[in-house]
Design a protein around this ligand. Structure first.
Ligand SMILES: Nc1nc2c(c(=O)[nH]1)N[C@H]1C(S)=C(S)[C@@H](COP(=O)(O)O)O[C@H]1N2
Ligand SMILES: [Mo]
Length: 555
């Protein structure tokens, strides 16, 4: 683009050809334009309108860019989400179910990066177009900047934890953006006027052009600098949250047996490999000293706990497999970890749950909410207020300082990360984040199984071949796993240790592989006697069903 810009500036006659080459056409010019005096009255409009639009687009890009990066900088200084992330979060909140499912299908856990990239592409496109239409009057570009600033401020105002800086960021950004737009466009208009006034000397045009370029460079450099400072402030913010994580966890009362070792599939999912699903674009601010968990609502007495209070309570360690309702058959959004913390039930009993209570409704520092039946919290299962994951304090991505872990129900109704509040209430009092978005209110985890080995796309050599994977039916337990090849008879797989009913079970099956293409299928039977249905359903509204099938080629 820089080359294009220079080229256009120095060769106005050639501009339409270049624009055509770039696929941008503002004039109906033909490449074989006859040699004419470029300043002849009947020619100069068509000749010069193209390059000036191009320059307008550059002015649009630069002033839009500086508006965004100054907005990012102000937001970072105020330790709030950047205007882009605020708009992104508002977009996430309004994403219809089909689009959310599509985004996860296409981009997986990169869906947030995809969203950010999408927003930036829209901004760039609008800036270029608005700029190109602003050569004669800056109104289109100024309007576009104001509209986006308004969107940014509106989105920021609906974010949990937003403050003055959230609203100030898009306003300051827009002000600088508009000033830059006016500055650059006025120079463009001047150069345009200079160019269209036949003059024996081209000096005024050259002078204006150089000024425009210098001003553009200054705006561009300021934008990049602001962006870089904003980015480093944001990294600093995340690091400062990270630095509040204690070095170690308080000791636990129970100790778990060493976990099963398998070459094929890991029983415990390391934190670095653990799936991450949430609606958060940037980690919420955590101030560990000030952090308080409030347990209130339909209880006899409200409880307020600090992190130190929770850490001082008797600690338990439980191995629990959690999974996401958006996990397709065979999908990766499931993980098994050793969670450390305190029993949720103890705290609820301490608060005294009133008989009319129906729902344990929780809220996070980023404003996300969910709720599950009070019976599940009280029926004796290992529902935890967790502070540790696999021997270390909860990582930021997994909910530091405190999260909920409830065996047997999907994460979207139970596993609140960055927990801030638990309210015991009635179903009619509040709905969790995903419920009005079309997901089921009650969502026990469905019995499922997955083939992990042979990995998809792996080349298998004929002979004895290890087929392996995991099967889960949290809080019911896995009783049997069967494997079949090419729709033949089902064979019992060998099951790994039955640690508790709340974890997945590893399984293996030794297969005499013969050359050719084969399908491998798996199905699990849980301890209630239920065998996974063959019927394939999608993830919405309460989890996918069907048998995981993998096709392999044996050489
Ligand atoms: N604050 C917050 N907590 C949340 C979510 C969220 O979007 N925000 N997503 C939930 C969902 S849908 C799942 S499946 C689990 C995932 O936990 P993980 O990211 O630690 O694997 O967290 C739950 N807790
Ligand atoms: Mo989820």
């Amino acid at each position: 683009m820089v080359i294009g810009k220079k080229y256009l500036l120095h060769n106005p006659t050639f501009a339409p050809i270049l624009l055509d080459t770039l696929g941008v056409s503002f004039t109906s010019s033909s490449p074989s334009r006859p040699e004419v005096d470029p300043l002849a009255p009947q020619q100069h409009t068509s000749l010069l309108s193209s390059p000036s639009r191009r320059l307008g687009a550059i002015a649009g890009l630069l002033s839009g860019g500086i508006a965004v990066t100054i907005g990012m900088l102000v937001a970072a200084l105020g330790t709030v989400a950047s205007p882009i992330d605020a708009v992104g979060s508002s977009f996430i909140d309004r994403t219809p179910r089909w689009l959310k499912t599509l985004a996860i299908d296409w981009f997986g856990t990169n869906d947030k990066t995809a969203l950010r990239v999408g927003i930036v592409i829209v901004l760039i496109a609008v800036a270029l177009i608005a700029g190109s239409f602003s050569v004669t009057s800056p109104k289109p570009l100024i309007s576009a900047i104001i509209i986006f600033a308004f969107l940014g401020a509106l989105s920021a105002s609906e974010r949990e934890g937003s403050n003055g800086a959230s609203i100030l960021a898009p306003i300051v950004g827009a002000t600088i953006g508009i000033a830059s737009a006016v500055l650059l466009l006025s120079m463009l208009t001047n150069s345009w006027l200079a160019a269209s006034t036949p003059s024996p000397s081209r000096v005024p045009l050259g002078w204006d052009r150089r000024r425009f370029m210098r001003a553009s460079a200054a705006v561009g450099a300021t934008a990049v600098t602001a962006g870089l400072i904003g980015q480093s402030k944001e990294l600093q913010r995340v690091r400062s949250t990270e630095s509040q994580r204690p070095d170690s966890l308080p000791p636990v009362a129970n100790s778990l047996p060493p976990s099963e070792i398998s070459q094929d599939v890991s029983f415990i999912t390391p934190n670095s490999d653990f799936y991450r699903i949430d609606t958060t674009l940037s980690f919420p601010n955590v101030n560990l000293e000030k952090w308080k968990l409030r347990i209130h609502g339909l209880v006899d007495q409200e409880i307020i706990l600090s992190y130190a209070d929770i850490a001082a309570m008797p600690q338990v360690e439980k191995t629990i497999t959690i999974c996401c309702v958006s996990n397709e058959i065979g999908g990766p959004y499931i993980g098994n970890a050793v969670w450390q913390g305190v029993y949720l039930k103890d705290l609820l009993l301490q608060a005294g749950v009133k008989s009319e209570a129906e729902q344990v409704f929780s809220r996070s520092l980023d404003g996300w909410t969910c709720g599950f039946p009070i019976e599940i919290a009280l029926d004796g299962r290992d529902a935890l207020l967790a502070i540790g994951m696999n021997g270390e304090p909860l990582p930021l991505a997994h909910g530091f300082p405190v999260r909920l872990i409830v065996p047997g129900i999907y994460g979207y109704i139970s596993a609140t990360k960055w927990l801030s509040e638990i309210e015991v209430n009635k179903w009619s009092d509040a709905e969790g984040y995903w419920i009005p978005r079309g997901w089921a209110r009650d969502a026990p985890i469905k019995t499922q199984s997955r083939i992990d080995v042979p990995r998809s796309g792996a080349t298998v050599t004929a002979g004895q071949t290890r087929v392996a994977g995991v099967a889960w039916a949290q809080h019911t337990g896995i009783q049997k796993v069967e494997v079949r090849i090419n729709d033949e008879k089902w064979n019992d797989a060998l099951l790994g240790d039955d640690i508790t009913d709340d974890t997945w079970r590893l399984w293996t099956f030794d297969w005499q592989a013969t050359p050719g293409t084969h399908t491998i299928q798996v199905r699990a039977t849980d301890k209630s006697g239920y065998t996974q249905t063959e019927m394939v359903t999608g993830v919405a509204p309460d989890g996918a069903t069907g048998w995981h099938t993998r096709t392999v080629t044996v050489a």
